[in-house]
Design a protein around this ligand. Structure first.
Ligand code: WT7
Length: 647
């Protein structure tokens, strides 16, 4: 195991927070960070009660944490409403007239919504939900582009205590259908279409296909975005703008229990079926409120831009809820970074005077490839702080980000976390923690992270191992929706009572964490999480396929690319057109992001005598390496020779 999660980086550069930055920072020194961290670990009740006390509660909690491994209750006995904390709470002072959302569509259309306007829109749409018989606790699928209505729909659900499940606009009809079935959703909120690289993504059509043949969905609310022709199913589908004609802007918020479900977000795991990660209300809100405030070192006047799509957890925690809970202006952009030209991001930063940019390493590597000339055309001097998320950032990309985007003056916060953790877990605090290119540095307050060996013992400095979390934290997932057993088994059983992240890591002599990436059967392709077995089940559902094994291959741009080894059924002849067909097939089953970059037909797959596919070997074959290490358990050695010769 250890050799698989060894990280071979030897990175010596250290960047101390600049004096000018430290002066205005919330946490100003390593000593102050350590003091606060120590309190957060030894007296979590005290620490989190103070953070929670900055939010609005309809009824105060009775206990900060009740922990019965592995089930946590945070702020039990408390009652609150998320939309009140993101909106109403800012209406009493000058924040009322500040931009809550600055939005730009891919075609170049623009909108700005103040906190007051957003509040009004959320109240009206919450009344639309009620009018359409959506009640507290009901599950609602949101399948929208990154437009203000996505935030409005999410917040409107929270206002009435409905539970949203946002499905990324790049996912296919089959994926929508699976998610509806898993959570028993009663309504879908979608748009006619969305823009992507100048083309229109037929969102409503995908929803129609998903609902074909009947599901639990009773209502579809359609926002007019792209103006493309769509089918309206009488009695089921209604237009968003029509519905607004029937409602007013008065909608009292429903205060819910702290542990009331807030949302379900599906993510890939090590089986063929995506997991519905369940987040609840009080702890999640406290977690994202607090991380947002400290990690991005927020100031009242900030324009903050997180480039994530609303369909990922980053879009939930750090496009919508985190910024709004803090009264921060959040910028949303609908489209691709290279549309119409590769300077779209830099253009936006200049035009809106963006102060904080939070993006993904895969985007940074693409910018490097497109060339510095695109940045040079724009004034990026408004930037104060840069963030990275989604995958390990290589030191070269880190340095480029710092020098070229940040002009050498902006700290970089490389933030490690997961859909399951809800909020940032390992990260620099920009005024306090010196950074090293490629390291997520130290744990956030209340996060008891460690690197352990197979037996669960902490390893010594610079030895690779598994990354685990030893104490519950407020924004942690509460379960996998509808499957407590899987939740227990997946996250808490390998090391009893400890949360298994699925990532490999090492700590250096300063205690800094260096995340190596997934060590389970999960791939990270361009910052998107994909389960190998999910893609495998899509492939074997094709009539020509007998067996499939999917592995990741290191990719300069995307971090990892998807390589599929496929054996076909006896009568089938392999061809290039079959490859194309299989890629399309995966696109239909999951979505375009999961299409294999390469498909290799094989006569057989390398297996152990007990029938387990030897992925390690396939990984080596996929990356063009000669196969090394132990092959003694391989059942048929000739398989390996044939695979390598396939090229
Ligand atoms: C996986 C979680 C967190 C929101 C976006 C992804 C990888 C994430 C980092 C980072 C190294 C990272 C991990 C993790 N990851 N951030 N800063 N450094 N790796 O959420 O889809 O749940 O994926 O992304 O492998 O387990 P997700």
């Amino acid at each position: 195991m250890a050799e698989n999660i060894e990280s071979h980086l030897v990175e010596k550069r250290v960047f101390k927070p600049a004096k000018g930055f430290v002066k205005g920072a919330r946490v100003k020194s390593l000593e102050q960070y350590r003091r606060m961290y120590r309190e957060s670990i030894t007296r979590p009740d005290k620490f989190w009660a103070r953070e929670a006390g900055e939010l609005v509660w309809e009824r105060r909690w009775k206990s900060v944490l009740k922990w019965k491994v592995p089930f946590a209750q945070w702020f039990a006995g408390g009652k609150l409403n998320v939309s009140v904390n993101c909106l109403d709470r800012h209406l009493g002072g000058p924040t009322r007239n500040k931009a809550a959302i600055l939005w730009e569509g891919e075609p170049g259309d623009k909108r700005a919504l103040t906190f007051q306007q957003l509040h009004r829109d959320v109240c009206r749409f919450a009344n639309v939900l009620k009018r359409n018989k959506i009640r507290k606790g009901d599950r609602v699928i949101i399948y929208l582009p990154t437009i203000p209505e996505a935030a409005i729909a999410m917040l409107a659900c929270t206002r009435i205590g409905a539970v949203h499940s946002v499905v990324f606009g790049g996912f296919s009809a089959d994926s929508i259908r699976d998610r509806i079935a898993d959570c028993g959703a009663v309504a879908v909120i979608t748009a006619d279409g969305g823009y992507r690289r100048g083309a229109i993504v037929p969102l409503k059509k995908n929803v129609d296909d998903a609902l074909h043949g009947g599901t639990s969905i009773k209502r579809v609310i359609v926002f007019r975005r792209a103006g493309n022709d769509i089918h309206i199913e009488e009695g089921r589908d209604v237009w968003w703008h029509r519905e607004l004609e029937y409602v007013d802007a008065h909608c009292p918020a429903v205060a819910v229990d702290s542990e009331h479900p807030l949302y379900i977000l599906y993510t890939s795991g090590s089986t063929g079926k995506p997991k519905g990660i369940l987040h609840t209300t009080g702890g999640y809100l406290v977690g994202i409120y607090s991380t947002m405030k400290y990690v991005f070192d927020l100031r009242d006047e900030d324009v903050y831009w997180c480039t994530a799509d609303i369909g990922w957890v980053t879009g939930h925690s750090y496009v919508v809820y985190g910024p709004l809970a803090n009264g921060t202006t959040t910028l949303m952009y609908e489209g691709a970074p290279n549309w119409p030209e590769p300077d779209r991001f830099w253009r936006i930063i200049e035009e809106y005077g963006v102060n904080i940019l939070y993006t993904a390493p895969t985007a940074i590597r693409a910018f490097i490839r497109w060339g510095d000339q695109w940045l040079k055309k724009h004034d990026l001097s408004s930037l104060r702080l840069l963030g990275s998320v989604g995958e390990p950032i290589n030191p070269e990309a880190w340095m480029w980000y710092r020098d070229k985007v940040g002009g050498g003056r902006c700290p970089i916060v490389d933030t490690w976390w997961q859909t399951e953790t809800g909020a940032i877990m390992i990260t620099p605090l920009p005024g306090a923690i010196p950074t090293k290119p490629g390291s997520a540095t130290l744990p956030f307050f209340g996060v008891d992270a460690a690197v352990v060996d197979e037996k669960g013992n902490e390893v010594s400095a610079n030895v690779g191992g598994r990354l685990i979390i030893r104490q519950p934290w407020p924004s942690m997932l509460r379960s996998i929706y509808g499957d407590k057993e899987r939740y227990k088994k997946q996250y808490w059983s390998e090391f009893k009572g400890r949360y298994l992240t699925g990532d490999g890591a090492r700590r250096d002599k300063d205690g800094y964490f260096w995340i190596v990436g997934r060590i389970d059967d999960v791939l990270n392709v361009a910052g998107h999480r994909l389960g190998t077995s999910e893609i495998e089940s899509a492939l074997v559902s094709h009539p020509s396929v007998a067996e499939a094994a999917v592995v990741g291959r290191p990719d300069e741009l995307k971090g990892q690319s998807v390589v599929a080894f496929v054996t076909v059924k006896g009568s089938v002849t392999v061809s290039t057109s079959l490859k194309t067909e299989l890629r399309e097939h995966v696109g239909i089953h999951i979505g375009a992001i999961a299409k294999p970059d390469e498909i290799r037909f094989a006569e057989a797959l390398p297996k152990t005598r007990s029938g387990k596919i030897m992925r390690r070997l396939l990984k080596e074959v996929a990356s063009g390496k000669t196969v090394t290490g132990d092959t003694t358990t391989l059942e048929d050695l000739s398989v390996l020779a044939k695979l390598s010769a396939e090229e």
